[in-house]
Design a protein around this ligand. Structure first.
Ligand code: NAD
Length: 497
């Protein structure tokens, strides 16, 4: 074990070994380093650094902020492989998948490079006679981000590049399970010329989160993680007077109609259900199949593909699926699989049977396929967050849509069909924030915004894209006139019109 990761506060690396937690390589099942867990006092120092950096950063022209983002983008591109390797090492996802995650974060940085355009505001000349009016977008001040383990680089990059180009200063609390990749990303942003204190990174757990929630200098909080914590962050943050967006968990359904291209749909489902070991908030975890004949065909084809899916360590780029994040999570997912048959479903492929000979201590499960799943079963109701695909058989498209709309989560969903009218009806009437048509993971690109409905998002504004400008700024509308010094104006008690 080589090191304990500390914090980055006011441009300085701050070592901290007072309270730590192990960081694992989940493929090896071994501790590879430790990470500090910040005290409330350390969080206070980070907030103070951000507060002190704010006035000068707020007054830095957006063009100059954007130039730092351009340099940051260049450095990120040059170091992509190294960062993806850190993601694979601590998260376990395969290197090509880690590069994909990284690329999606990089695209938010590209969007942030447009700061001067994004922050132009609105102007009305002669809003009234010789009266001009404009709305400008002012930064909030110190804002904070709290992020999950499953996208250790991308999700933090959903937040701080946009918050910073909007003129805010930032305190990031990444996941304590895989903190190294984003620490490297933060170093590169400093190298790109970001002034000290504009981005601060505190490693930590709920103690650090509690300190961010309690501090009234923190104006806004972006959270991404599980629904119970998202709900707590939203309620507490709002009660403490903060602007909060809290993105939570998911159970994403794919609806497959009988006219779909079956082989393409099966391939798409394999990647969407088992990529990144199912540890994606946009993973498809339920295939809703219309008609028994189609369901029989799809289950047989999915089972055949699962028999040859390559499961192994994240650094082996020839693999298709890596390990789960931790031993506890592996047991939790295995526990869900164990409930399937007693609750009346059919376990077609049991991922618990897999072993990866070269890495006997790794947290591996194979992909599981569970057929004849129904609402009320644990594997259907709960977010499992593992490599488990449930198949629910329905008699019609309408029945499938009702099922999807009744689920408590509404993050992403998709339909596989060749019928444009059906697809349009689906996109119009399905209750989810992100919808795909023959696209299994409809993760919006960086110039749109990301967010779910129902219990997948607490708050009004989505992450990144145009909504992030709205979230990280507040609008001020100025009304101005320059009356002639030569004209005396009378008193008026009527409302100005
Ligand atoms: P998590 O909720 O356990 O942790 C997220 C963050 O909250 C971490 O930084 C963690 O330190 C902190 N945290 C954990 N427990 C806390 C507590 N009691 N009090 C205060 N802070 C606490 O989530 P995770 O396991 O890291 O990530 C997986 C979850 O995130 C899944 O539910 C997944 O669906 C969700 N997720 C959602 C999205 C989305 O955009 N909707 C994206 C990625 C992940």
């Amino acid at each position: 074990m080589s090191q304990t990761l500390g914090h980055i506060i006011n441009g300085e690396y701050i070592p901290d070994t007072a309270r730590c937690q192990d960081v694992f390589n989940p493929g090896l099942g071994k501790v590879i380093r430790k990470v500090a867990l910040a005290s409330a006092d350390t969080v206070d120092k980070a907030i103070t650094a951000a507060e002190n950096a704010f006035p000068a950063w707020r007054d830095t022209p957006p063009l100059k902020r954007a130039r730092i983002m351009f340099r940051f983008h260049q450095l990120l591109t040059e170091n992509a492989d190294e960062i993806a390797a850190l993601i694979s090492e601590e998260h376990g996802k395969i290197h090509h998948d880690a590069l994909g995650e990284f690329q999606r974060g990089l695209e938010v940085v590209e969007y942030a490079c447009g700061a001067p355009e994004l922050l132009k505001g609105e102007h009305s000349k002669n809003a009234g006679p010789k009266v001009d009016s404009w709305s400008e977008l002012q930064p909030l001040g110190v804002v904070a981000g709290i992020t999950p383990f499953n996208f250790p680089a991308m999700v933090p990059m959903w937040m701080f590049p946009m918050a910073i180009v909007c003129g805010n200063t930032f305190v990031l609390k990444p996941s304590e399970k895989d903190p190294s990749a984003v620490m490297r990303v933060a170093e590169l942003l400093q190298q790109a010329g970001l002034p000290d204190g504009v981005l601060n990174l505190v490693n930590g757990d709920k103690e650090a989160v509690g300190a961010l929630l309690a501090d009234n200098r923190v104006q806004a909080l972006s959270f991404v993680g599980s629904t119970p914590i998202a709900e707590y962050i939203y309620a507490t943050g709002c009660a403490n007077g903060k602007r909060v967006q809290a993105l939570g968990g998911a159970k994403n359904h794919a609806l497959i109609l009988p006219d779909a291209d079956i082989d393409n749909a099966v391939n798409a489902l394999m990647g969407a259900a088992f990529g990144s070991c199912g540890e994606r908030c946009m993973a498809i975890s339920v295939a809703v199949v219309v008609g028994d004949e189609l369901a029989d065909t799809m289950v047989a084809k999915l089972a055949a593909q699962l028999a040859t899916m390559k499961v192994g360590i994240g650094t082996d780029n020839s693999m298709e699926m890596g390990p789960l994040i931790s031993k506890e999570h592996m047991h939790k997912v295995a526990g869900y699989i164990a409930t399937a048959e007693p609750e009346g479903a059919k376990l077609v492929v049991d991922g618990r049977e897999l072993s990866v000979a070269e890495y006997p201590d790794g947290y591996f499960l194979g992909g599981s396929l569970i057929d004849k799943v129904k609402p009320g079963m644990k594997v259907y109701d709960d977010e499992i967050f593992g490599p488990v695909l449930c198949v629910v058989r329905v008699a019609s498209m309408q029945a499938g849509m009702e099922l999807i709309n009744q689920h408590e989560y509404g993050n992403g969903t998709c339909i596989f069909t060749r019928d444009g009218e059906a697809a349009r009806y689906f996109t119009d009437n399905i209750q989810a924030g992100m919808v795909g048509v023959n696209v299994p993971l409809p993760v919006p690109v960086a110039f749109h915004s990301f967010g779910g409905w129902k219990r997948s998002l607490f708050g009004d504004l989505y992450a990144y894209g145009p909504d992030s400008v709205r979230f990280y700024t507040r609008r001020k509308t100025i009304t101005q006139r320059w009356p002639s010094a030569a004209v005396r104006e009378g008193v008026s008690f009527s409302f100005p019109s």
